[in-house]
Write a new protein. Structure first.
Length: 365
């Protein structure tokens, strides 16, 4: 069933023809979990299904993107031999399995909620560029092509000492790489403890395994990185946008007053935010969303004042990560949340009056 909330439209923007439509998922009388904006979700290997994890009910929602319906919900156990807790991310795996990156390691489950494989990734059991006692491995992903390597970020508290990490699972060895953008991340961390309020904020980082290697970066800068496992090299991808500055200039610290923390957060939100590119295998290019939030007044209420909306932009890169073109996307008016490529189109999550929907973009260059 295809439900279009507005008629497909074509908009000439920056010499691009962008076709846009909106579709809605039929939940079949069930309620879908939209609270985190599909923050814990991933596509199946064939891109037909979206798996969305509901942390409150501890179950996985399997959504058919071809038919635009909820197919079923899969319950998971919290304890025992099939226990699943502390999920950081998830994605589809071969043979219709589901991969989960958790605080306790990497796990693969079948679609009945049974554990199939488990990797315990305790950094203390690895040699090489060992982590200090202050550091932790975050968001570890297993390379599905051979299951011999894993990738993630090593971080200390407050985003200090952030580095890209490659784990050799056969040799049990850690290789780490320090990079300029990651070295700066601790500068953005902010906290407040005035006796009445406690607040903490740090920037988001991104990491994704793609066919050509690993993409990673942070929301604070336009620069991002591509790791080539065959050559063991990292390429920094830099491009100056005509719409936004190359990096967020807001600096965090330990604030003594609630008003100071609130002003910091609003200024940070108003700065540029860059998301990780997603790969379009059908058209052999990368799509990257970036945005800046805006407020209706200079001073907003609360420790974490919420913006009135966002100006959203798109950058297209070729297969070698060379910038092709940029465009403003005026039909997207809020911070982009979960988005992915399916059938040569960019699908962007939207909340349609508490129903799950997607704005779909296709481009004719």
């Amino acid at each position: 069933m295809l439900m279009s909330c507005d008629s497909p439209a074509e908009k000439k923007i920056q010499e691009l023809t962008i076709s846009v439509d909106t579709v809605q998922i039929d939940p079949g009388g069930e309620l879908l979990n939209l609270k985190r904006g599909l923050g814990l979700s991933g596509l199946s290997e064939d891109q037909r299904y979206l798996f969305n994890f509901d942390e409150e009910k501890h179950q996985l929602e399997k959504i058919d993107l071809d038919c635009l319906v909820l197919e079923r919900k899969i319950p998971f156990e919290k304890e025992g031999p099939n226990g699943l807790r502390g999920i950081r991310s998830l994605s589809g795996w071969e043979r219709e399995a589901i991969f989960f990156s958790t605080w306790a390691g990497a796990r693969i489950f079948d679609q009945s909620g049974k554990l199939d494989r488990f990797w315990k990734l305790d950094p203390k059991e690895f040699s090489g560029d060992v982590l200090s006692d202050k550091e932790s491995l975050m968001g570890i992903l297993i390379d599905p092509s051979g299951e011999q390597e894993a990738y993630g970020l090593a971080k200390a508290f407050r985003n200090e000492m952030v580095s890209f990490v490659r784990l050799d699972l056969d040799q049990r060895k850690i290789h780490r790489y320090s990079l300029p953008l990651l070295d700066k991340l601790g500068n953005y961390t902010a906290s407040l403890n005035d006796g009445e309020n406690y607040a903490y904020h740090e920037v988001e980082t991104y990491l994704e395994i793609v066919d050509s290697g690993v993409l990673f970066g942070a929301e604070t800068g336009s620069e991002f990185y591509h790791y080539d496992p065959k050559a063991d090299t990292i390429k920094a991808v830099t491009s100056n946008s005509e719409w936004l500055g190359p990096e967020n200039k807001t600096i965090g610290r330990n604030f003594a007053a609630a008003g100071e923390f609130s002003r910091y957060f609003q200024q940070f939100m108003e700065g540029p935010h860059y998301l990780l590119p997603v790969y379009d295998a059908q058209n052999k290019r990368y799509w990257r969303l970036f945005y800046e939030n805006y407020y209706e007044s200079e001073i907003s209420e609360g420790l974490f004042p919420q913006p009135a909306g966002a100006n959203v932009y798109l950058a297209l890169y070729d297969e070698e990560l060379n910038l092709i073109r940029e465009a403003e996307l005026p039909f997207l008016t809020e911070k982009p949340l979960r988005h992915f490529i399916k059938d040569g189109m960019l699908w962007v999550f939207v909340n349609l009056e508490d129903e799950l929907g997607f704005v779909r973009l296709s481009i004719d260059l």
